[in-house]
Design a protein around this ligand. Structure first.
Ligand SMILES: [Zn+2]
Length: 273
């Protein structure tokens, strides 16, 4: 039986996933190796291990598979905007204890809220297919909270990654391309997630550009984003393209291009984890 791979968070309560119990360890690269081992009850398992995440390559027992699904890494998708204006104009501190405040949601570019929701749903489909668990801050048109709530939603679920999905707007219609934002390092706010977020940003940006052919606007460090500063899990924000560019804006509204973006995001997440 060779099911599609499932992702694992290491769990010391599950002794058969402790590499020390492996009967055979096959290294396939600096961050990846296979473990062939045996559960305490004698069932044989083969597990692909990557840094921090255990990926089940094949299992010979349906009980193992059921456990693998339950323990799969959770990706928290956060499609931007959709906030009713009465809530969107409320202020919230940009980080814990900060005197600096920003509005909860300025509404985004025209068509953005709808396009990024469609991209998020397609990304969810692809992630589930690869064995990840997925949570979404919103699955409908509206979201009745701010960026603190969005971050806390993902924190509570101990997400392996919070992926915020947006699209850009500009007064210059020739502006186009995709960029990946990640949090600046700030002690007490983001120092615990800075390194992993930056690594995720690099992996996801590379895959997004490869999958879409969008102009590569690179990685951008941001210290002013509420949704970053309140996150206790690795977090990035994908600016998937410019709604205000005639060509890119039209593409971002099509199902085919939304799937391409989703494939890029998913491949990048897979590489990051
Ligand atoms: Zn936006």
């Amino acid at each position: 039986m060779h099911p599609s791979p499932f992702y694992y968070q290491p769990d010391p309560q599950k002794p058969f996933f402790v590499p020390a119990r492996a009967e055979k360890l096959v290294r396939r690269g600096p961050r990846e190796y296979f473990m062939v081992g045996r559960k305490p009850d004698g069932h044989e398992v083969e597990v692909r291990l990557t840094a921090g995440t255990f990926r089940l390559g094949a299992a010979y027992d349906s009980g193992v598979l059921a456990e693998a699904v339950a323990a799969a890494a959770l990706i928290c998708l956060d499609p931007g905007h959709g906030t009713p204006p009465a809530i969107g104009r409320q202020l919230e501190p940009i980080g814990p204890g900060s005197p600096v405040t920003k509005i909860k949601d300025g509404g985004g570019a025209a068509g953005e809220a709808e396009a990024v929701l469609a991209i998020a749903k397609r990304t969810r489909t692809l992630l589930l297919r690869r064995g990840f668990r997925v949570a979404m801050t919103r699955t409908g048109r509206t979201y009745r909270g701010g960026n603190i709530e969005r971050a806390r939603y993902c924190n509570r679920r101990r997400a392996a990654l919070m992926l915020r999905i947006h699209a850009d707007g500009s007064t210059d219609p020739s502006s186009r391309g995709a960029s990946m934002l990640y949090p600046a390092r700030r002690r007490g706010w983001t120092d615990d997630v800075y390194g992993r977020s930056r690594r995720a940003a690099g992996a996801i940006q590379r895959s997004l550009v490869a999958a879409t052919g969008a102009r590569d606007l690179g990685l951008i460090e941001r210290s002013d984003l509420t949704g970053f500063n309140w996150a206790d899990v690795p977090v990035v924000l994908a600016e998937t393209g410019f709604m205000t560019n005639p060509t890119e804006g039209r593409l971002l509204r099509t199902s085919a291009y939304q799937w391409r973006v989703a494939r890029g995001l998913t491949a990048g997440i897979d590489r990051f984890l």
